[in-house]
Write a protein that binds this ligand. Sequence first.
Ligand code: UDP
Length: 320
Amino acid sequence: MSEQGMPVTVITGGAGFLGSHLADYLLAKGHSVIALDNLITGNVANIEHLAGNKHFKFIEHDVTEYIYLPGPVDYIFHFASPASPIDYLELPIQTLKVGALGTHKALGLARAKKARFFLASTSEVYGDPLEHPQQETYWGNVNPIGPRGVYDEAKRFAEAMTMAYHRFHGVETRIIRIFNTYGPRMRPHDGRVVPTFIGQALKGESITVFGEGNQTRSFCYVSDLIEGIYRLMMSDCAEPVNIGNPREMSVLQFAEEIIRLCQSSSEIIYKPLPEDDPKIRQPNIEKAKRLLGWEPQMDLEPGLIKTIDYFRELKEQNLI
Ligand code: UDP
């Protein structure tokens, strides 16, 4: 506990899309938050509204290096990682390092501080899945040497390392497998389907559907995800839990939805499907419902409208 009797929480990747939303949520719950980020994909603009908040501290730090923090720590959320396919293609070594060395350092900090540790893992551990929808018991279908392998294997290693610290050192750990999540503060040019399609639709550019667009994804609004993260951290479940929205749609349907909601006249064009792009993805969330009493509350349309409004503002400032 901090001097004011507040829980002290560290978020690695605290200036990223999810890390910054989590910081907002935890501050509102009365935590004192320390955000660590090396800013290679994070952005201080995501946390600048917290400048001056005496319960929030930002430290620019690469968590693959030793993490030194004086004082007590109660909770550690390990969210640092490039997370979009383009990012991890451009930053393959950093992606592997933060999943492996960064997870090791963050777990070491948890052990030293007797803090509870939370790993942000991913639906990518299921690879191009042969089971549908994906349940936590599924071991996945990952190509270790393909272009996405750097992310998938880093996160699989991170899960293994987390369970080892749990079993061998008795560290209290939690693992979330995050499915596609969207909302304000996504990076406009991270190449992911949500910011890409919205940016294209708002600028009247062609919408680039990869392949024939019949691959599927299931999109969860960020506030639902953050609620699931908090409930999982406060639960006693050490095994992985899927959090995502089971509403599944094809990428082509998604493109049409974005065009409609942006009232755009953009046309759809087709580009080659990236290597190892998963053909289907939908979370089975029975475990989260049962153990956490959690399920998503935000429908796709209102969630997308909030996200489109955010990107519209960026466009007005010439930031996209
Ligand atoms: N996608 C697309 N056009 C784009 C960007 C992405 O058709 O301009 C597709 C991509 O091939 C994938 C899906 O949208 O099937 C989701 O891609 P994203 O990069 O958001 O993340 P993923 O779910 O693959 O990790």
